[in-house]
Design a protein around this ligand. Sequence first.
Ligand code: PLP
Length: 498
Amino acid sequence: MTRDELLATLVDDATIDAAQAIVGLAVDYLAETSRGVGPVSRSTHARDVARRFDGPLPDEGCSLDEVARRLRDDVMREANRLSHPMYVGHQVSPPLPVAIWTDSVIAALNGSQAVREMSPATTFVERQVVRWMCRLAGFGDASGGTFTSGGTEATLTALLAARARLLPNAWADGVGAASGTAVGAAVGAAVGAESPVVLCGVHAHYAVSRAVGVMGLGVRNAVTVASDGYRMDPRAVRTTLESLRRDGRPVLAVVATAGSTATGSFDDLPAIADCCAEFGCWLHVDAAHGGSALFSPAHRHRVRGIDRVDSLAWDPHKMMLLPLAAGMVLVRDAAVLDSAFAQQAPYLFHQTDDEPSYDIGPRSFQCSRRGDVLKVWAALLRYGRSGIAGFYEHLCELTAGFHELVSAHPRFEALHRPETNILCFRYTGADARGEAAADAVNRELRERYNAAGEGWITSTLLDGRRVLRVTIINPRTTPQHLQRVLDGVDAIGATLSS
Ligand SMILES: Cc1ncc(COP(=O)(O)O)c(C=O)c1O
């Protein structure tokens, strides 16, 4: 392209017709997929997909139409079609259309959320949404938070805030140097040079141990506590805290889960909060999945006690049905979050007439950060609290119905009652001798079912056994679709049994 041609693309590619070439792909995809047209996924061999993307960096550009063709033929064709009603796989949402379109506005504006001067309105949108969410959680005026890339970053940020409270010198001097200072007072224990411990349930997402590793505490200091019915056992929390206190080990935080990854189970927050209050520990709750229960009068009892936690991670990109990425960390005392990243950056954060400073960057791990809050805000405007609650309740009701189907079926076993939209179950119809054989059947079953393209389910290990798992996260899924999923898995099971 000549320089003139290059500059002309900025005009040519910005017309509604040009936008149609690309955005139209998303419109067609949604229309087709939502009606259940075509397969949920293709099982093209990874080698064949990889081959499409092993060409050299192009020296010259191509037309916008050619870009659209590559997107359609090489990328979209191979995607797992999350908006297909037979997709009941991972906890990734089929995004709400209003949020998909708002995503293009976010990209067009491309304001960075770090400093108010770079996102003059979106800073306040984020502050408003954070305030709304803090109120839903029952937090008071001192609360605050920030958007994150998801639950993993939210939990890391929360644990950094917990570290700032327990070991105020850790940021400057490191954890090793800081241990043995404020720790003793915080846990009422004699403290040696041992690294602080983070307690979590055996079912906790790896976000917790990853944060512990990233903070240099050593992952062996992410101590897991026994479960009772896939929930962290509060009695085990207490006995572990007692034993850590006896050993003089400082506790950085206890992490509970509201909506666990495997089973969607909710920990007993009031009982765990009582322990944390008694032992003076920071309580963080990973509500990445289950935080959205707060919208629903019918489900908010699942997160009873959340108003007593010090921090929570909550992913709108899960049960609020928003596109990746949209996560949040909320803290009861925003001042502690401000001390999590104690840095100056005169090229970014300068003294302005703002009183106090409205910049969100100082409390976020990220520097340049998308205005992801806009799509959350747009969805909240479009549906209100009751609409988001309606989707949440609908998905949970569908899952309860699926649980009934599974429980009534002679060749399936439900492994728990669903507390949200996740259910683990097992195929028992094969003549499998022993646990290892039953595991192999269930593993094979899932692989074959997904490969056929009719539906898409997941699998996990539960109590050491391989099980099937669904997350019913598409409001377009109906009870009839769920019956088809079960029939489809059963039909494949019959071929494995024979
Ligand atoms: C309970 C829980 N916590 C944290 C995460 C990680 O969240 P993200 O992928 O948004 O970082 C997940 C993801 O599935 C999750 O289920």
